[in-house]
Design a binder for this molecule. Structure first.
Ligand code: GRF
Length: 212
């Protein structure tokens, strides 16, 4: 079975979903830059190795990334999954794991990279928002997209209600992306493009507000 390492900084709801999903791979370690990340407790409660690499202990990003890479490599993962890992990573770190590291981001990329995605989407008045799973490349939230889910933005949405609707879909697309990669149905080629041997291209348009 392929081995996964999860990187997170907070709540860990995506981790929880992955632990409950029947994935064709094993989560071998959960690593956080924050000792108070709730996700670490979830890992511990499921008997999964949890490790803290506190970013404040390191002089700069490069030093932190070296320590993080050492910890990751100890577990020899096939895939590294970032679920709310709130650190900007150096290009050297990202390139070391090229094609082996994915991230879940709460927007329909390339729109709304970075933070506060739901509030910014509401501010702009977009009618469709969502989430993306993508391979990680040195530019923040700009790597090749594996899968996206779109949700309607409702007239009375707040950032919290919109975040909740998006999170529900994050919990569906992240396990799917991991399954595809672990089954070698989706991968990144040498030119940095997504390759897939899945032929299905289903899907229906989403109208928001609805037609009629
Ligand atoms: C998710 O919204 C994810 O898209 C973002 O951080 C959040 C992590 O949530 N990058 P959780 O810690 O998995 O609950």
């Amino acid at each position: 079975m392929k081995k996964l390492v999860i990187l997170l900084s907070g709540r860990g709801s995506n981790l929880q979903v992955l632990l409950n999903a029947k994935l064709p791979c094993n989560i071998v370690a959960v690593i956080s830059n924050r000792a108070d990340a709730q996700g670490l407790e979830i890992a511990k409660s499921r008997g999964i190795t949890s490790v803290v690499v506190p970013h404040l202990n390191y002089a700069d990003r490069t030093a932190f990334d070296i320590a993080l890479a050492e910890e990751i490599d100890r577990h020899a993962p096939d895939l590294i999954v970032m679920t709310g890992f709130m650190r900007i990573l150096t290009a050297g770190f990202v390139e070391r794991y090229s094609g082996k590291m994915i991230n879940i981001h709460p927007s329909l990329l390339p729109a709304y990279t970075g933070i506060n995605t739901h509030a910014r989407a509401l501010q702009d008045g977009v009618k469709i928002h969502g989430c993306s799973v993508h391979f990680v490349t040195p530019t923040l939230d700009a790597g090749p997209i594996i899968i996206q889910a779109a949700v309607p933005v409702l007239y009375n949405d707040t950032a919290d209600t919109l975040a909740e609707r998006v999170l529900h879909e994050e919990h569906r697309i992240l396990p799917q992306a991991i399954r595809w990669i672990c089954r070698e149905q989706v991968w990144l080629n040498r030119t940095g493009k997504i390759v897939t041997n899945r032929l299905e291209q289903p899907g229906a348009p989403l109208f928001s507000p609805g037609l009629g």
